[in-house]
Design a protein around this ligand. Structure first.
Ligand code: TRP
Length: 333
Protein backbone atom coordinates (compact mmCIF):
# COMPACT_ATOMS: atom_id res chain seq x y z
CA UNK A 1 0.00 0.00 0.00
CA UNK A 2 1.33 3.41 -0.86
CA UNK A 3 1.59 5.64 2.17
CA UNK A 4 0.92 9.31 1.70
CA UNK A 5 3.99 11.52 1.54
CA UNK A 6 4.53 13.93 4.38
CA UNK A 7 4.06 17.56 3.51
CA UNK A 8 6.76 20.20 3.73
CA UNK A 9 6.12 23.95 3.69
CA UNK A 10 8.66 26.72 3.76
CA UNK A 11 8.79 30.39 2.96
CA UNK A 12 11.52 32.85 2.15
CA UNK A 13 11.45 36.63 2.09
CA UNK A 14 12.01 38.23 -1.31
CA UNK A 15 15.41 39.72 -0.71
CA UNK A 16 16.27 39.05 -4.35
CA UNK A 17 19.50 37.26 -4.04
CA UNK A 18 20.01 35.11 -0.97
CA UNK A 19 22.98 35.17 1.35
CA UNK A 20 25.18 32.14 1.79
CA UNK A 21 23.45 31.89 5.18
CA UNK A 22 19.97 31.67 3.61
CA UNK A 23 21.34 29.11 1.20
CA UNK A 24 23.10 26.85 3.68
CA UNK A 25 20.56 27.22 6.49
CA UNK A 26 17.44 26.77 4.42
CA UNK A 27 17.17 26.95 0.63
CA UNK A 28 19.90 24.39 -0.14
CA UNK A 29 17.82 21.72 1.56
CA UNK A 30 14.61 22.50 -0.27
CA UNK A 31 15.36 20.74 -3.58
CA UNK A 32 16.76 17.77 -1.63
CA UNK A 33 13.35 17.16 -0.07
CA UNK A 34 11.37 17.17 -3.32
CA UNK A 35 11.30 13.44 -3.96
CA UNK A 36 10.63 12.22 -0.46
CA UNK A 37 8.06 14.85 0.48
CA UNK A 38 5.17 16.74 -0.95
CA UNK A 39 6.78 20.21 -0.96
CA UNK A 40 5.34 23.70 -1.03
CA UNK A 41 7.64 26.73 -1.29
CA UNK A 42 6.48 30.30 -0.98
CA UNK A 43 8.04 33.71 -1.62
CA UNK A 44 6.59 35.68 1.28
CA UNK A 45 6.15 39.20 -0.07
CA UNK A 46 3.48 40.02 2.50
CA UNK A 47 5.91 39.33 5.32
CA UNK A 48 8.41 41.60 3.59
CA UNK A 49 6.33 44.76 3.98
CA UNK A 50 6.54 44.59 7.78
CA UNK A 51 9.70 46.63 7.20
CA UNK A 52 9.92 49.54 4.75
CA UNK A 53 10.28 48.54 1.10
CA UNK A 54 10.62 50.41 -2.15
CA UNK A 55 7.63 49.13 -4.19
CA UNK A 56 9.40 48.73 -7.53
CA UNK A 57 12.31 47.03 -5.79
CA UNK A 58 10.04 44.62 -3.92
CA UNK A 59 8.37 43.56 -7.16
CA UNK A 60 11.73 43.05 -8.85
CA UNK A 61 13.13 41.13 -5.90
CA UNK A 62 10.08 38.87 -5.83
CA UNK A 63 10.83 37.71 -9.38
CA UNK A 64 14.52 37.44 -8.62
CA UNK A 65 13.84 35.31 -5.56
CA UNK A 66 11.60 33.00 -7.58
CA UNK A 67 14.34 32.73 -10.23
CA UNK A 68 16.89 31.98 -7.55
CA UNK A 69 14.73 29.23 -6.06
CA UNK A 70 14.37 27.64 -9.48
CA UNK A 71 18.12 28.02 -10.05
CA UNK A 72 18.95 26.22 -6.80
CA UNK A 73 17.00 23.23 -8.07
CA UNK A 74 13.33 23.57 -7.21
CA UNK A 75 11.40 21.78 -9.89
CA UNK A 76 7.87 23.14 -10.38
CA UNK A 77 6.78 19.75 -11.68
CA UNK A 78 7.61 18.20 -8.34
CA UNK A 79 6.95 21.04 -5.90
CA UNK A 80 4.41 23.80 -5.60
CA UNK A 81 6.02 27.24 -5.77
CA UNK A 82 4.19 30.55 -5.59
CA UNK A 83 4.10 34.10 -4.24
CA UNK A 84 2.22 34.67 -0.97
CA UNK A 85 0.16 37.67 -2.14
CA UNK A 86 -1.16 35.59 -5.08
CA UNK A 87 -3.00 33.33 -2.64
CA UNK A 88 -5.38 35.51 -0.57
CA UNK A 89 -6.32 32.61 1.69
CA UNK A 90 -3.11 33.22 3.69
CA UNK A 91 -4.30 36.56 5.02
CA UNK A 92 -7.84 35.26 5.40
CA UNK A 93 -6.72 32.44 7.66
CA UNK A 94 -4.33 34.77 9.41
CA UNK A 95 -7.23 36.85 10.73
CA UNK A 96 -8.95 33.83 12.27
CA UNK A 97 -5.68 32.63 13.79
CA UNK A 98 -4.94 36.07 15.21
CA UNK A 99 -8.12 35.74 17.24
CA UNK A 100 -6.65 32.53 18.64
CA UNK A 101 -3.22 33.96 19.42
CA UNK A 102 -2.49 35.89 22.58
CA UNK A 103 -0.92 39.34 22.76
CA UNK A 104 1.47 38.05 25.42
CA UNK A 105 2.80 35.15 23.38
CA UNK A 106 3.46 37.35 20.36
CA UNK A 107 5.27 39.84 22.58
CA UNK A 108 7.68 37.08 23.62
CA UNK A 109 8.90 36.44 20.07
CA UNK A 110 12.63 37.12 19.89
CA UNK A 111 12.49 38.31 16.29
CA UNK A 112 9.80 40.87 17.13
CA UNK A 113 11.93 42.23 19.95
CA UNK A 114 15.03 42.37 17.73
CA UNK A 115 13.25 43.92 14.78
CA UNK A 116 11.42 46.51 16.84
CA UNK A 117 14.73 47.56 18.37
CA UNK A 118 16.25 47.80 14.90
CA UNK A 119 13.31 49.62 13.28
CA UNK A 120 12.31 51.74 16.28
CA UNK A 121 10.67 54.31 13.99
CA UNK A 122 8.33 51.73 12.46
CA UNK A 123 7.00 49.25 15.01
CA UNK A 124 3.86 48.54 12.98
CA UNK A 125 1.26 45.99 14.03
CA UNK A 126 2.18 43.82 11.04
CA UNK A 127 5.61 43.35 12.56
CA UNK A 128 3.88 42.20 15.74
CA UNK A 129 1.44 39.80 14.06
CA UNK A 130 4.04 38.55 11.56
CA UNK A 131 4.25 35.10 13.26
CA UNK A 132 0.47 34.67 12.95
CA UNK A 133 0.68 35.15 9.18
CA UNK A 134 3.53 32.66 9.18
CA UNK A 135 1.35 30.21 11.14
CA UNK A 136 -1.36 30.68 8.51
CA UNK A 137 1.16 29.92 5.73
CA UNK A 138 2.00 26.63 7.38
CA UNK A 139 -1.40 25.54 8.70
CA UNK A 140 -3.26 26.37 5.49
CA UNK A 141 -1.61 23.35 3.84
CA UNK A 142 -1.51 21.05 6.87
CA UNK A 143 2.27 20.89 6.63
CA UNK A 144 4.00 18.26 8.77
CA UNK A 145 7.50 19.67 8.47
CA UNK A 146 8.84 23.19 8.15
CA UNK A 147 12.48 23.45 7.05
CA UNK A 148 13.88 26.67 8.49
CA UNK A 149 17.02 28.13 9.96
CA UNK A 150 17.41 28.01 13.74
CA UNK A 151 16.15 31.60 14.15
CA UNK A 152 12.67 30.59 12.95
CA UNK A 153 12.19 27.68 15.37
CA UNK A 154 10.27 29.81 17.86
CA UNK A 155 7.81 30.88 15.14
CA UNK A 156 7.14 27.30 14.08
CA UNK A 157 6.55 26.36 17.71
CA UNK A 158 4.06 29.21 17.98
CA UNK A 159 2.27 27.91 14.87
CA UNK A 160 2.08 24.53 16.54
CA UNK A 161 0.63 26.04 19.73
CA UNK A 162 -1.98 28.01 17.80
CA UNK A 163 -2.94 24.87 15.85
CA UNK A 164 -3.29 22.84 19.01
CA UNK A 165 -5.39 25.53 20.66
CA UNK A 166 -7.66 25.78 17.63
CA UNK A 167 -8.06 21.98 17.52
CA UNK A 168 -8.96 21.90 21.20
CA UNK A 169 -11.53 24.66 20.83
CA UNK A 170 -13.13 23.73 17.50
CA UNK A 171 -12.26 20.01 17.05
CA UNK A 172 -9.45 18.41 15.07
CA UNK A 173 -8.62 20.68 12.11
CA UNK A 174 -4.91 21.32 11.73
CA UNK A 175 -1.88 19.06 11.55
CA UNK A 176 0.67 20.06 14.22
CA UNK A 177 3.79 21.18 12.31
CA UNK A 178 7.36 20.56 13.37
CA UNK A 179 10.48 22.57 12.58
CA UNK A 180 13.00 20.77 10.43
CA UNK A 181 16.44 22.23 11.10
CA UNK A 182 19.64 21.09 9.36
CA UNK A 183 22.27 19.71 11.74
CA UNK A 184 25.21 21.54 10.22
CA UNK A 185 24.97 25.09 9.03
CA UNK A 186 21.65 25.98 10.63
CA UNK A 187 23.28 29.25 11.55
CA UNK A 188 25.89 30.76 9.31
CA UNK A 189 27.54 33.64 11.11
CA UNK A 190 28.80 37.04 9.98
CA UNK A 191 32.30 36.89 8.49
CA UNK A 192 33.24 40.03 10.41
CA UNK A 193 31.50 39.41 13.74
CA UNK A 194 31.21 35.63 13.99
CA UNK A 195 28.99 35.76 17.08
CA UNK A 196 26.29 37.45 15.00
CA UNK A 197 24.12 35.82 12.33
CA UNK A 198 25.10 36.47 8.69
CA UNK A 199 22.62 39.03 7.37
CA UNK A 200 22.21 41.03 4.21
CA UNK A 201 21.03 44.03 6.18
CA UNK A 202 24.47 44.28 7.81
CA UNK A 203 26.03 47.61 6.90
CA UNK A 204 29.45 45.99 6.47
CA UNK A 205 29.33 44.27 3.07
CA UNK A 206 32.34 42.16 3.94
CA UNK A 207 30.30 40.38 6.61
CA UNK A 208 28.13 38.42 4.19
CA UNK A 209 28.30 36.60 0.87
CA UNK A 210 25.38 36.63 -1.55
CA UNK A 211 24.83 33.95 -4.17
CA UNK A 212 25.43 36.47 -6.96
CA UNK A 213 28.89 37.53 -5.70
CA UNK A 214 31.64 37.05 -8.30
CA UNK A 215 34.56 34.69 -7.55
CA UNK A 216 36.87 37.67 -6.91
CA UNK A 217 34.52 39.15 -4.36
CA UNK A 218 34.08 35.81 -2.62
CA UNK A 219 37.83 35.34 -2.33
CA UNK A 220 38.23 38.85 -0.92
CA UNK A 221 35.43 38.43 1.62
CA UNK A 222 36.69 35.05 2.84
CA UNK A 223 40.29 36.30 3.02
CA UNK A 224 39.21 39.18 5.22
CA UNK A 225 37.01 37.03 7.47
CA UNK A 226 37.77 37.51 11.15
CA UNK A 227 39.57 34.55 12.75
CA UNK A 228 41.96 34.32 15.71
CA UNK A 229 45.70 34.35 16.21
CA UNK A 230 46.15 30.66 17.05
CA UNK A 231 46.67 29.48 13.48
CA UNK A 232 45.08 26.08 14.08
CA UNK A 233 42.05 24.87 12.09
CA UNK A 234 39.98 23.37 14.88
CA UNK A 235 36.25 23.34 15.58
CA UNK A 236 35.56 25.26 18.79
CA UNK A 237 32.58 27.61 18.60
CA UNK A 238 33.20 29.11 22.04
CA UNK A 239 36.81 30.15 21.53
CA UNK A 240 37.23 30.07 17.76
CA UNK A 241 33.93 31.36 16.42
CA UNK A 242 35.37 32.67 13.14
CA UNK A 243 37.26 29.50 12.18
CA UNK A 244 34.33 27.32 13.30
CA UNK A 245 31.99 29.32 11.09
CA UNK A 246 34.28 28.86 8.07
CA UNK A 247 34.53 25.15 8.90
CA UNK A 248 30.74 24.91 8.97
CA UNK A 249 30.54 26.52 5.54
CA UNK A 250 33.33 24.34 4.13
CA UNK A 251 31.73 21.23 5.59
CA UNK A 252 28.41 21.88 3.87
CA UNK A 253 30.10 22.79 0.57
CA UNK A 254 32.30 19.68 0.47
CA UNK A 255 30.42 17.11 2.55
CA UNK A 256 33.47 16.63 4.77
CA UNK A 257 33.00 16.41 8.54
CA UNK A 258 34.89 18.54 11.05
CA UNK A 259 37.39 15.83 11.90
CA UNK A 260 38.34 15.36 8.26
CA UNK A 261 38.69 19.10 7.84
CA UNK A 262 40.95 19.40 10.89
CA UNK A 263 43.18 16.65 9.45
CA UNK A 264 43.18 18.18 5.97
CA UNK A 265 44.58 21.48 7.26
CA UNK A 266 46.78 20.20 10.05
CA UNK A 267 50.00 22.15 10.22
CA UNK A 268 48.82 24.66 7.62
CA UNK A 269 47.97 28.28 8.20
CA UNK A 270 44.65 30.03 7.84
CA UNK A 271 45.68 31.33 4.39
CA UNK A 272 45.58 27.87 2.83
CA UNK A 273 42.35 27.03 4.62
CA UNK A 274 40.66 30.25 3.53
CA UNK A 275 41.62 29.68 -0.11
CA UNK A 276 40.03 26.24 0.06
CA UNK A 277 36.87 27.62 1.67
CA UNK A 278 36.52 30.30 -1.01
CA UNK A 279 37.05 27.76 -3.80
CA UNK A 280 34.48 25.39 -2.34
CA UNK A 281 31.89 28.18 -2.31
CA UNK A 282 32.73 29.31 -5.85
CA UNK A 283 32.49 25.74 -7.20
CA UNK A 284 29.18 25.10 -5.49
CA UNK A 285 27.41 28.25 -6.58
CA UNK A 286 28.76 28.56 -10.15
CA UNK A 287 26.03 26.34 -11.69
CA UNK A 288 23.38 28.19 -9.67
CA UNK A 289 24.66 31.55 -10.94
CA UNK A 290 24.61 30.37 -14.55
CA UNK A 291 21.06 29.08 -14.28
CA UNK A 292 19.94 32.22 -12.46
CA UNK A 293 21.31 34.45 -15.24
CA UNK A 294 19.50 32.33 -17.82
CA UNK A 295 16.18 32.43 -15.94
CA UNK A 296 16.26 36.19 -15.40
CA UNK A 297 16.15 36.54 -19.18
CA UNK A 298 13.00 34.45 -19.33
CA UNK A 299 10.50 36.40 -17.28
CA UNK A 300 7.57 34.81 -19.12
CA UNK A 301 8.61 31.39 -17.85
CA UNK A 302 8.87 32.61 -14.25
CA UNK A 303 5.45 34.24 -14.51
CA UNK A 304 3.99 30.98 -15.83
CA UNK A 305 5.50 28.97 -13.00
CA UNK A 306 4.18 31.41 -10.40
CA UNK A 307 0.71 31.57 -11.94
CA UNK A 308 0.36 27.81 -12.04
CA UNK A 309 1.77 27.53 -8.53
CA UNK A 310 -0.74 30.05 -7.20
CA UNK A 311 -3.65 28.25 -8.87
CA UNK A 312 -2.70 24.93 -7.32
CA UNK A 313 -2.08 26.56 -3.95
CA UNK A 314 -5.46 28.34 -3.98
CA UNK A 315 -7.20 25.06 -4.66
CA UNK A 316 -5.53 23.38 -1.68
CA UNK A 317 -5.87 26.40 0.57
CA UNK A 318 -9.60 26.75 -0.05
CA UNK A 319 -10.24 23.29 1.34
CA UNK A 320 -8.82 24.12 4.75
CA UNK A 321 -10.06 27.69 4.80
CA UNK A 322 -13.67 26.69 4.20
CA UNK A 323 -13.40 24.07 6.92
CA UNK A 324 -12.08 26.72 9.32
CA UNK A 325 -14.79 29.22 8.36
CA UNK A 326 -17.46 26.60 9.04
CA UNK A 327 -15.95 25.58 12.37
CA UNK A 328 -15.70 29.10 13.76
CA UNK A 329 -19.34 29.74 12.85
CA UNK A 330 -19.18 32.04 9.82
CA UNK A 331 -22.50 31.86 7.94
CA UNK A 332 -22.28 30.07 4.64
CA UNK A 333 -21.79 32.23 1.57
N1 TRP B 1 9.68 34.06 8.72
C1 TRP B 1 10.49 33.37 7.78
C2 TRP B 1 11.84 34.05 7.67
O1 TRP B 1 12.00 35.19 7.93
C3 TRP B 1 9.85 33.31 6.42
C4 TRP B 1 8.55 32.59 6.43
C5 TRP B 1 7.33 33.14 6.28
C6 TRP B 1 8.36 31.20 6.60
N2 TRP B 1 6.36 32.17 6.32
C7 TRP B 1 6.94 30.98 6.52
C8 TRP B 1 9.22 30.11 6.82
C9 TRP B 1 6.41 29.71 6.68
C10 TRP B 1 8.66 28.86 6.97
C11 TRP B 1 7.27 28.65 6.90
O2 TRP B 1 12.79 33.42 7.30
Amino acid sequence: METQKKRVFSGIQPTGTFTLGNYIGAVRNWPLLQDEYDCIYCVVDQHAITVKQTPAELRKKTYESAAMLLATGIDPKKSMMFVQSHVPQHTQLSWVLSCNAQYGELGRMTQFKDKSAKHADNINTGLFTYPVLMAADILLYNADLVPVGADQKQHVELARNIAQRFNNTYSETFVLPEPFIPKIGARVMSLQEPKKKMSKSDTNEKSFIVLTDTPDVIVKKIKSAVTDSEGVVKYDVENKAGISNLMGIYSVMTGKDFEEIEKEFEGQGYGVFKTAVAESIIDTIKPIQDEYARLLNDKAYIEDVLREGAQKAQYQANKILSKVYRKVGFAQF
